[in-house]
Design a protein around this ligand. Sequence first.
Ligand code: GLC
Length: 473
Amino acid sequence: MKILLAAAEGAPYVKIGGLGDVLYGLPKELASRDVEVAVVLPLYKRVQEQWGDALTYVCHFNVPLAWRRVYCGVFQHAQGNVTYYFIDNEYYFARDHVYGNYDDGERFSFFSKAVLEMLSYIDYMPDIIHAHDWQCALIPLFFKAFYQQISAYANLKTMFTIHNIEYQGKAPHSFLEEVLGISQNYLSDISFGGELNFMFSAICLADKVTTVSETYAQELKTAYYGGALSSVLEGISYKFCGITNGIDTQLFNPHTDSNLFHRYDVKIMAGKKIGKRRLRDQLGLIQDEEVPVVAMISRLVPHKGLDLVAHVRHELMERRIQLVVLGTGDSVYEDMFSELAYQYPGRVSANIRYDNELASKIYAAADLFLMPSKSEPCGLSQMIAMAYGALPIVRETGGLKDTVWPIDPNTGTGRGFTFKSYNAHDMLDAVDRALYFFYEKKPAYKKVVRLNMETDFSWKQSAGQYLAIYHSM
Ligand code: GLC
């Protein structure tokens, strides 16, 4: 079986969020089974700069897009058994930002069509194109409108995975003919709520639709999470399910992570203490071995639940904790954490940037990991935190619910501390339960840390579930 995964991000080449991790870990695990796997990504400027010399030229051709013929080059690079293809067009991709350009709709429309067109020129015709998120959501529609009829493409199936429904890809109706070159006959396949909705079209047209946890799959069928698309998803229940992501356990492993001050594992935990001491020095935090480090590593955007933290931030800092934050995003949250660090010198460290190396050091130093998301399709950080021996404090939503089972303080079973409703004081209550466990139940706390570190969060199980779906197609 041959699979082509199409996405806007894939580590190690380009990673903005969890999507990038998935497009590294999942193909790698699939390729270790009986599957031929390739991934296709845009050739962004940053990929060209960092990897340019290592890429091999494959071919070039023109992609028909409405009345235009748009240049497309293809390059490739092998990552173990996985071939990564890169779609080259400097006008669209030689830019400083991966997302957030005014013409993202057009850029990723080009990309999606180029992926299909490419199959006529390269030596790889997959059985399934597995498209990820809104940037690749037009693949099933382009397939239906232009490629299905071509004999070489006749057996191709499409699958679509929703990593986050917050971003759907929208455009005015005129975009259909003018930019995509798709006739109005297909309008009903993509028009939703009075505009074009890329994700809607993929949900309707793909042979299978998945999302990244079982709970999120259920949640998406409710208006609170799925918005207007909830009833559409309810209607496709027969071809829709959730598969919880894994993490790459070679990459996210405190025993091998070269970013750490000092490596450690479940048997020899001394390195975690050393790492915490060094990080406190680096970040200007007070050296106090008793006090736990509570970490947050997150994009600083509303659905990560940062309003809860904002609401009780001073009450939170009345607790005996140190808080370390890493991430970028909306300026209200960036400013809120920077100000908090100013107000609590030596106790709060706000690192408003994207920094993989520092992220590893923080996971390693953390005792508790706070992730109060309003919605969380899967979330990888809570699994990384557990693998590095920090107990998660999470809201029971999406993948957080599926991976962090609440600790029963009497029996000591479970993996972390959870709360249900989106309420700041419920979150604070979960923090208090975690602190009680940390301060008053040391042996039980250490036992959960150990069991979490020994838990298999790898891609093995998820890859098996993906394989079952691929085969069923
Ligand atoms: C998105 C989601 C996150 C998920 C990731 C990978 O970034 O917000 O919850 O873990 O995709 O699927």
